[in-house]
Ligand binder design. Structure first.
Ligand SMILES: [Zn+2]
Length: 147
């Protein structure tokens, strides 16, 4: 598996993917991200119909059909609350507000994930570009791209 520990994790659609997924859980000041809980997640497999029933149409389009939300349209791109960002599909903890930065893209951006194991990186050659797609390791939700 490819590692990008020094790369920029720009999770393009992550903000949207997180939108209704609560995220920003617990903003108690002294609380550190719970890193232990994200190691080797149990795989979640659901049918298309099950995802469709669970998610809003927009969340479904983005996370299950590799969609992209419009810049600045997500609920969290400009969020500055302390907390943990989790997957809207399965609740896996993915990113910490400590690793969020202002990328100026209109999408929430992180310079590293909470844990490398919680994400899958996959080469994406769609749209005539070679990009690295970021997926939730637990449920394969599309989260965005690494830039
Ligand atoms: Zn997930």
């Amino acid at each position: 598996m490819e590692t990008k520990s020094n790369g920029i994790w720009r999770a393009g659609v992550l903000g949207f993917a997180l939108a209704a997924g609560a995220a920003v859980a617990g903003s108690a000041p002294a609380r550190a991200p719970e890193k232990e809980e994200v190691s080797m997640p149990e795989k979640i497999v659901k049918t298309d119909a099950e995802w469709r029933a669970q998610l809003t149409p927009e969340q479904y389009r983005v996370t299950r059909q590799q969609g992209t939300e419009r810049a600045c349209s997500g609920a969290f791109w400009d969020n500055h609350e302390a907390g943990t960002y989790s997957c809207v599909c399965c609740g896996a903890k993915l990113f910490s507000s400590e690793h969020k930065f202002e990328s100026g893209t209109g999408w929430p951006s992180y310079f590293r994930p909470l844990s490398q194991e919680s994400l899958i990186l996959r080469e994406d050659r769609s749209l005539g570009m070679v990009r690295t797609e970021v997926l939730c390791a637990r449920c394969d939700a599309h989260l965005g791209h690494v830039f």
